[in-house]
Every structure is written in structure tokens, then in C-alpha cells.
Design a protein around this ligand. Structure first.
Ligand code: NAD
Length: 481
């Protein structure tokens, strides 16, 4: 009989009523594992446990929180190849990408171990004689986390680490498609010494477990990463609940990479290939719009096409694979649907976009490049979330900047140029939360804020010291001495 990975609630593994297979998108004959499908009752039990654990954990010695997070970081680092392989098998990222993401999770845990010790406050003079003011930060309470499938270990890590460092207790519901990496991370953190009930995992459907989390009155805050459509529902439910919940949403993107005439061609091609197609284009920060000025347009398209021809699409675990499969049949269907939409809208499918067969049954798609795209076409406006990029021609820098900002999203934006003037102007005038110069739009550091503007994000930033804005609440205390 296959082992079922069970939910972990109140310090115990709980036998589930139901379980579902976690399939390898590189080889759908391979079941990565059977994972519990939690119920509303499981969610309620997890919230009750987290609520009970909160008073002690929120007042715990920061040295204890540091020790737990560092121990977990050390285990993640020691097991990064194995965790990376699990991630690649369940999500379809290449093995080096999987190991890189597992390493990132370890780095995040050690960063926030230090943050547990650095939480400080302020002493302020009052306008009233003899009165002193202290501004301090306290844990928020039980935090509910809902995560997407495209970063199965890094996103759980960048939510769990600050939540725990600042003294919150947690219930996490990972994406139904990829529960394995989050399960492994929760197991590592619990074995690193978290008291019972501090960290609970309930796997299962968003419409069941996620919805119950949003409706539960004892969940004080929700940190969500996923699509705009689900994000809207999450925010609405948080506001409708009594008491209202604090909420943080990280959602989609339609990230522009501007390539100017004066760009170094090799740098621009590398930024575009990496940003648009690596991780199968399944990154919220993917460069899905390549906005290229007249003078370099044709040379850029030719060179990028040559680069694409050299990209090996195959089993994520195979040495030499550059691009793994799409995550599942439904996402592959969405990618193909947009390729058809692009053609119908009059864009030119310049290269790629074919479904591919490999040794094992999987969801393989050749990266696709559209040219002759206008920014009003659906392929330039809607998030596709696959290895599909659209080249939009611009007359000059000013028009390129205007096109880059003409989107309902605002997560990441990039520019390739050798001009300090344009680079500086773009950094100041881009309407994105993260701006890259001569770098891919995807790929960030873990010790600085991550997040966007407009339709991409809602609420305080994640990561780095800025994470405390969401995971703590401020108290202002007045004392007459
Ligand atoms: P999704 O919105 O379909 O699902 C995200 C999570 O929400 C899953 O755990 C899902 O089970 C849950 N969910 C679904 N319905 C729910 C409901 N009614 N109530 C509560 N929870 C519910 O997104 P996805 O397909 O897993 O991920 C892809 C999306 O995530 C893309 O749009 C991508 O851009 C975005 N993303 C954003 C960032 C960022 O930081 N901005 C990072 C990664 C991914």
C-alpha cells in the first residue's frame, strides 16, 4: 500500500478521510506520492490548535525562535538535492532550478532566524509633560497561508519563516497540485522544535480548505499568493469576516522587458530567454512582453529565435534539460488556447508553440515567440503563465516606457540599455514594484522586499525586513511616569 502523506495538526499526523495522487508532469505514469485531502473539520482543528498555541509562542524567547529556524535552515541546506528533486518531480522545474529553489528556502529560514532577534521598537517623546511613548510590534495571531503551485517550497518558506520568527502561529494550505515540498518543509520545521500547534498543515482543495480558512473567525490574517481571480475572492472574504482579517495578496503579472537600440544584444537575449522561458515561463515575474525599439528589433528577434532553438525541452530530472514540462494538462490547455488567440488576433507566431512528445508521457510545450504584437491584444494584456512571449515594437524609449506601463499589472519590469539616462529614467518612472536593469525580470534576492503594484499585489510587501509590516501589529503605549 502507498504511504499517504498526512496533514499535521496539533502536533500529530492525522489520518485523512481522502487522499489524492501527486503526479509528475514530466511522466504522468509516476505518482510522486499520495497526499491527504483535508476537510473543513481538519481546518477547524488546525485553527483551534494554532489558537491555543499562540499565547505561549507569541511570548516565547526570540532565542528559541532563532534556534528552530536555524535548525530548519540547516536541514533544508543539508537535504537540498533531495528536496530539489522532489520539487522537480512534482512541479516540473529542471533539477538545477529545483535545487536552487530548495537552497533559497534554506537561505530565507536563516535570514528570518536573525530577524527574530532583531525585532525592535521605538521610544518617542510625548507632547504632554511627563509622558513617555513606546511603539512596539506584536505578533498578529493565527495566520492562514494559501500558496500557489509554481514555487512549491520558496513561497511557503517566505511566508512561514517571518510568521514564525515574529511569534505568530500558522495553518498553511499549499497548492493542491504540489503539496509535497510544503509538506516536507513543515515537517522539517516541526522536527526542529516548534511546540505543538504552532505550525499546522492542511492540504486539499482551495474551495474546501481554503474557503473554510477564509471564513474562520479565529484566523487573524491571510497571506495569499495565486491568481488575481482567487485573490479578489480572498480579499472580499477577509473584509466580510467578523472580525475583519488582515490580508496580503501577491498575484499575477504581465511583466515588460524593454530592449533599447543601444542595448548589448547578448545581454538582452539572455535576459529575455531567461525571463520569458526558464521555469517553463511559470513565474509571476516572467517577461511575457518584450518591448523592442525599431533599430534593434530584427536583430533581437533573430538572435532570440536562435537562442530558443537551442533550448532543450524535456524531463525535468534529465541532465541537459533547460525547460521542463508545463505543470498539468489544464495549464497546457491554457497556453495552447492563448497561442490560438494570438494567431486569431493577427500576431505572427514567429517560432515554437508546438506540443512535444518525449520518452515519457508529460505536458511538453516548445517555447513560443510572437512578433507583430500590439499592446492591446489579449496575449499582451492577460497573464498566460506559460513559455509564451510577445514582442511589441516601439518607436523609441518614450513609447517603450508608455507601453511597459500600459497594463493592469505592476509586479516586475526590466530594461536592457547601456544608457545611464534611460536606465535611471526607467527606474523612476516604471509603474512596477520591482525594476531590473540589464537583468531578467524574474530572479530576486531574499533579503529585500518583494511585491508589486496595481493588479499584481495588495497589502504590505513580502520578504526581507519589510515582512514585519504584515506579520506584526503595532502597539503605541503611553505612560505617565
Ligand atoms: P490559484 O489562484 O488558482 O490558486 C492559489 C491558491 O489558492 C491554491 O492553493 C488554491 O487551492 C487556492 N484557492 C483556490 N480557490 C480558493 C478559494 N475559493 N478560497 C481559498 N483558496 C482558494 O493560483 P495558481 O494557479 O496556484 O498559481 C498561479 C498564479 O499565482 C499566477 O497568477 C501567478 O502569477 C501567481 N503567483 C504570484 C506570485 C507573486 O508573488 N506575485 C508568485 C507566484 C505565483
Amino acid at each position: 500500500m502507498t504511504t499517504v502523506f498526512r496533514n499535521f495538526i496539533a502536533g500529530e499526523f492525522v489520518n485523512p478521510a481522502k487522499a489524492a495522487p501527486n503526479l509528475n508532469p514530466s511522466n504522468t505514469n509516476e505518482v510522486v506520492g499520495e497526499y491527504a485531502q483535508g476537510s473543513v473539520e481538519d481546518l477547524k482543528a488546525a485553527v483551534a490548535a494554532a489558537k491555543e498555541a499562540f499565547p505561549a509562542w507569541s511570548r516565547s524567547n526570540p532565542q528559541l525562535r532563532y534556534d528552530v529556524l536555524m535548525k530548519a535552515s540547516n536541514e533544508v541546506m543539508a537535504r537540498k538535492e533531495e528536496l530539489g528533486a522532489l520539487l522537480s518531480r512534482e512541479e516540473g522545474k529542471t533539477l538545477p532550478e529545483g535545487i536552487g529553489e530548495a537552497t533559497r528556502a534554506g537561505q530565507i529560514l536563516s535570514f528570518f532566524a536573525g530577524e527574530a532577534l532583531r525585532l525592535n521598537g521605538e521610544l518617542v517623546n510625548s507632547i504632554r509633560p511627563g509622558v513617555g511613548i513606546e511603539i512596539t510590534r506584536e505578533a498578529v495571531g493565527v495566520v492562514g497561508m494559501i500558496t500557489p503551485w509554481n514555487f512549491p517550497i520558496a513561497i511557503p518558506a517566505w511566508k512561514l519563516a517571518p510568521a514564525l520568527a515574529y511569534g505568530n502561529t500558522v495553518v498553511i494550505k499549499p497548492a493542491d497540485l504540489v503539496p509535497g515540498s510544503a509538506w516536507a518543509l513543515v515537517d522539517i520545521l516541526n522536527r526542529a522544535g516548534l511546540p505543538k500547534g504552532v505550525l499546522n498543515i492542511v492540504m486539499g482543495r482551495g474551495s474546501v480548505v481554503g474557503q473554510a480558512m477564509l471564513e474562520h473567525p479565529d484566523v487573524a490574517a491571510i497571506s495569499f499568493t495565486g491568481s488575481v481571480a482567487t485573490g479578489r475572492k480572498v480579499a472580499a472574504a477577509c473584509v466580510a469576516s467578523t472580525p475583519m482579517k488582515k490580508v496580503q495578496l501577491e498575484m499575477g503579472g504581465k511583466n515588460p522587458l524593454v530592449v533599447l537600440d543601444d542595448a548589448d544584444l547578448a545581454t538582452a537575449v539572455e535576459c529575455a530567454a531567461n525571463g520569458a522561458f526558464f521555469s517553463t515561463g511559470q513565474r509571476c515575474t516572467a517577461s511575457s512582453r518584450l518591448i523592442v525599439t525599431e533599430g534593434i528589433h530584427d536583430r533581437f528577434v533573430d538572435a532570440l529565435t536562435e537562442r530558443m532553438k537551442g533550448l532543450v525541452v524535456d524531463d525535468a530530472m534529465k541532465a541537459g534539460t533547460h525547460i521542463g514540462p508545463v505543470v498539468d494538462e489544464s495549464q497546457l490547455g491554457q497556453d495552447e488556447k492563448y497561442i490560438a488567440i494570438g494567431r486569431d488576433e493577427g500576431a505572427k507566431l514567429h517560432w515554437g508553440g508546438e506540443r512535444l512528445n518525449r520518452d515519457n508521457p508529460g505536458f511538453y510545450l516548445q517555447p513560443a515567440l510572437f512578433t507583430e504584437v500590439t499592446n492591446s491584444m489579449r496575449i499582451a494584456r492577460e497573464e498566460i503563465f506559460g513559455p509564451v512571449a510577445a514582442v511589441v515594437r516601439a518607436k523609441n524609449y518614450d513609447e517603450a516606457l508608455a507601453i511597459a506601463n500600459d497594463t493592469e499589472f505592476g509586479l516586475s519590469a526590466g530594461i536592457c540599455t547601456t544608457s545611464l539616462k534611460y536606465a535611471s529614467h526607467f527606474k523612476r518612472n516604471s509603474e512596477a514594484g520591482m525594476v531590473m536593469v540589464n537583468l531578467p525580470t524574474a530572479g530576486v534576492d531574499y533579503h529585500v522586499p518583494f511585491g508589486g503594484r496595481k493588479g499584481s499585489s495588495y497589502g504590505p510587501r513580502e520578504q526581507g525586513a519589510y515582512a514585519r509590516e504584515f506579520y506584526t501589529t503595532v502597539k503605541t503605549a503611553y505612560t505617565l511616569a
